[in-house]
Design a protein around this ligand. Structure first.
Ligand code: NAP
Length: 252
């Protein structure tokens, strides 16, 4: 944070130990938010994101919580309030692809886990965010951004991700529905649908550069390009934007 930027309150970024979440955490800290860097297992990654933010003069803290576990999520929001003060923004970024396999070869328990992380997790986090930010609960308003995916459109040619695609379609619909519910209470809710972004997740599913090369812009995106969009969505510059899904995909 530069000295000219004012304190914009607390922002929770789930799944911020690496990849897109880490870039969003860094960007929101640069914008003046006190950032809660959530992670599930990668404490070293989360701590290095926090160190980078603090090294640049920003405010950040790492908090472990599995977004699929209701008690963990409650503790995450309590800790965020304690460490960073009133919440002004939630970014539901944590996600997983699940197994890459045809539907008839998927394992039932792992399907359930995928739904809990990608769909129930953002809902649990948004519940707490609404309770903290809604003017109906005495809050001052705020923003929620959900990271969906162009996979929500189930684009042909990327086999083995039918359940993942369905979870991201659920995120887009959840975003729109929740935006209607809380618009009168000072909360804007939007989603961002990335195309192929150069992260560990993309590397594990066939190589970001290789898949990205087939996009109209001819390359994979960078995590910072998603962070730029999130930064805009949470800012007053997007004050008339709610219920939107912004595609950031190189034209896919
Ligand atoms: P990534 O590199 O695999 O990072 C995933 C992050 O989520 C990690 O910080 C991980 O932390 C965290 N996480 C996973 N399960 C969690 C849980 N149960 N609770 C809390 N945190 C959890 O993924 P990414 O590529 O940055 O993707 C971030 C988001 O963008 C995901 O929602 C993904 O679906 C979406 N997306 C990605 C792409 C792409 O091409 N990369 C495209 C479209 C959409 P731990 O390691 O500590 O568990």
């Amino acid at each position: 944070m530069t000295t000219t930027e004012q304190n914009k309150g607390a922002a929770i970024v789930t799944g911020a130990s690496r990849g897109i979440g880490a870039a969003i955490a860094q960007r929101l800290a640069d914008d003046g938010y006190g950032v809660v860097v959530n992670y599930a297992t990668d404490s070293a990654g989360a701590n290095s994101v926090v160190s980078a933010i603090r090294g640049g003069g920003g405010r950040a803290v790492a908090v472990r919580a599995d977004v699929a576990a209701p008690d963990d999520v409650a503790a995450l929001f309590a800790k965020a309030q304690q460490e960073m003060g009133p919440l002004t923004s939630l970014v539901n970024n944590a996600g997983t692809t699940g197994d890459q396999a045809r539907l008839d070869e998927q394992d039932a328990e792992r399907l359930d886990r995928l739904m809990r992380i990608n769909v129930v997790g953002p809902m649990l986090c948004a519940q707490h965010a609404v309770r903290a930010m809604s003017t109906a609960h005495g809050g001052a308003g705020g923003t929620i951004v959900n990271i969906a995916s162009v996979a929500a459109r189930a684009i042909p040619g990327i086999p083995g991700f039918v359940p993942y695609e369905a979870t991201k379609a659920a995120v887009v619909t959840f975003t729109r529905g929740l935006s209607n519910e809380v618009a009168p209470e000072g909360i804007r809710v939007n989603s961002v649908s990335p195309g192929v972004i150069d992260t560990a997740m993309a590397a594990a599913t066939g190589g970001a550069q290789q898949i990205g090369a087939s996009s109209p812009l001819g390359r994979a995106g960078q995590p910072s390009e998603i962070a730029d969009t999130v930064s805009w969505l949470v800012s007053p510059s997007a004050s008339y934007v709610t219920g939107a899904d912004i595609t950031v995909s190189g034209g896919v």
